[in-house]
Ligand binder design. Structure first.
Ligand code: PXP
Length: 250
């Protein structure tokens, strides 16, 4: 069983530093440098998603991040053979399995675990044997959580995108329903012994109710923080997110 209402960790996703770099080619801005600044600013971990199409993070970024960081790397990837080989080569602290579609702008939904249970159980076994903590990115859905538990995942990350979108659109009925589902499913997952993380679309404005959920141990936040860094700098943007998260937790 994981700790209950322990300190809330902040994982900073640096994918979109690479998005800006790749818009022009070349080396700037450097996602590894961003990760080092995030680490110095108090990030508890760094998240990077190596997509099949390499639209932001590239293979050499993962290599450099593994060398440069002292905080854990959470390596996000689709459940493909290629990604499994890369993960087994680098053995990051954690591997977060996400669904991936080439045509999507971002990871739109959670992974379908229940229908792919056997396949995923075999897929994650070598990753666990290699010492990676396996996390599954899923919707706040009981069936999917039970399946993630059965396949031997240690962590689930709840997809907060629908909650954040409803908040941003001012659709408070949907927002509250999404938050209720996140609340109930965080409790349910914790009761199974899963460590609960959450992320996607979180901003200063909508992070507090999620940060306040006592079973949630880690938030992974990227796009908004990298956007804020344009105006404030990365370090102050992370400090402000930390402040808002800590206030909600207290
Ligand atoms: N967690 C997971 C599993 C993700 O796929 C993403 C987006 O890459 C995030 C968190 C961060 O989402 P955002 O960039 O919207 O903060």
């Amino acid at each position: 069983m994981t700790d209950y209402a322990g300190p809330l960790r902040l994982g900073v996703n640096i994918d979109h530093v690479a998005t800006v770099r790749n818009a022009r080619g070349g080396d700037n801005p450097d996602p590894t440098r961003a990760a080092q600044i995030a680490q110095a600013a108090g990030a508890d971990g760094i998240t990077a998603h190596l997509r099949e199409d390499r639209r932001h993070i590239r293979d050499e970024d993962i290599e450099r991040l593994m060398d440069a960081l002292s905080v854990p790397l959470n390596f996000e990837m689709a459940a493909t053979e290629e990604m499994q080989q890369i993960a087994l080569r680098h053995k990051p602290h954690a591997v977060c399995i996400v669904p991936e579609k080439r045509e999507e702008r971002t990871t739109e939904g959670g992974l379908e675990v229940a229908r792919e249970e056997n396949k995923l159980a075999h897929y994650i076994a070598p990753l666990r044997e290699a010492g990676c903590r396996v996390s599954i990115f899923i919707a706040a859905d009981k069936r999917q959580i039970e399946a993630a538990h059965r396949i031997g995942a240690e962590v689930i990350e709840l997809h907060t995108g629908a909650y954040c979108d409803a908040h941003a659109e001012g659709d408070f009925e949907t927002r509250d329903a999404e938050l209720k589902a996140l609340t109930e499913m965080a409790t349910f997952a914790h009761s199974l012994g899963l460590e609960v993380h959450a992320g996607h679309g979180l901003t200063y404005d909508c992070v507090s109710p999620v940060a306040a959920l006592p079973e949630v141990m880690e938030l992974n936040i990227g796009h908004f923080l990298i956007g804020e860094a344009i105006f404030l700098g990365l370090e102050p943007a992370i400090h402000e997110m930390r402040r808002v998260m800590d206030a909600a937790r207290a």
